[in-house]
Design a protein around this ligand. Structure first.
Ligand code: NAD
Length: 243
């Protein structure tokens, strides 16, 4: 069976150096896409594969424009954008979050998503085709104690997704987001065992999501089989999400 659903497509994965990002990159490559990674950590890694890795801060419009110009030159116009770069920030009550932390977390998670959507969607609008997938979190829907800035920023990602999806609904560009619960690998490795156990107990399937499960959903949302879903929010919660 031919599974190369993204043959000929050019995709950008922000935060593609991280745990989930790597799995998304691998999956998009497997589906036949040519992939560029925008990541603050990108220059630290020597590229051993066909991925174009660009050091880029997604919160800085000039950085994103420069990175995008490199992608256009090396790979051609972009059809797929996966906004995956993210920052958890310290696990702390809202009343103890510093303004610097609040700003940085919302800047990376929400403003970075906005900056990349704005830069990349221009080409997509001209071409009349595009797929944008934003990585939010189940915490955006629930609010989670000790992750106030993160949850609020991801709620903003959902609202941005719904708004942009509606605005571009007749343009050929579909904009969706996913709301995973805790995923094994990536930023969950930063948190203490006690908090991991607390999160695990809230998931009816009693396990964390895998990076490959995230990548599979992203790949579907990035392809042509996804054709009537836009401004949508897709759960990956092992039964945790109830709305
Ligand atoms: N791991 C989880 O449990 C989980 C659950 C739900 C959602 N998510 C979301 O999935 C995404 C990926 O998470 P992960 O677990 O792989 O995290 P990670 O920390 O392993 O990777 C995040 C990546 O984003 C990059 N990044 C951070 N700030 C950046 C910036 N300003 N510009 C460019 N790149 C930047 C980092 O260098 C890193 O490579 C995030 O948006 C996260 O919020 C993660």
């Amino acid at each position: 069976m031919n599974t190369a659903t993204l043959e000929g497509r050019v995709a950008i994965v922000t935060g593609g150096h991280g745990g989930i990002g790597r799995a998304i990159v691998a999956r998009l490559l497997r589906e036949g896409a040519r992939v560029a990674v925008f990541d603050l950590a990108a220059s630290k890694e020597k590229s051993h594969d066909s991925v174009l890795r660009i050091h880029c801060d997604v919160t800085v419009p000039a950085d994103v424009e420069m990175a995008l110009a490199s992608v256009r030159e090396a790979l051609g116009p972009v059809q797929i954008l996966i906004n995956n770069a993210g920052l958890l920030g310290p696990v702390t009550p809202v009343l103890e979050i510093t303004i610097e932390t609040w700003r940085r977390v919302t800047e990376v998670n929400l403003t970075g998503t906005f900056v990349c959507c704005k830069a990349v969607a221009i080409d997509m609008v001209q071409a009349g085709y595009g797929r944008i997938v934003n990585i939010a979190s189940v915490q955006a829907k629930e609010g989670t104690e000790l992750a106030g800035a993160y949850a609020a920023s991801k709620a903003g990602v959902i609202a941005l997704t719904k708004t942009l999806g509606k605005e571009l609904a007749t343009s050929g560009i579909l904009v969706n987001c996913i709301t995973p619960t805790a995923v094994d690998g990536g930023m969950i490795d930063e948190i203490a065992d006690q908090r991991r156990t607390y999160i695990l107990n809230r998931i009816p399937m009693k396990r964390f999501c895998s990076v490959n499960e995230v990548a599979a959903m992203v790949a579907w949302l990035a392809g042509d089989e996804c054709s009537f879903s836009t401004a949508g929010v897709f759960d990956l919660s092992g039964g945790r999400s109830s709305y």
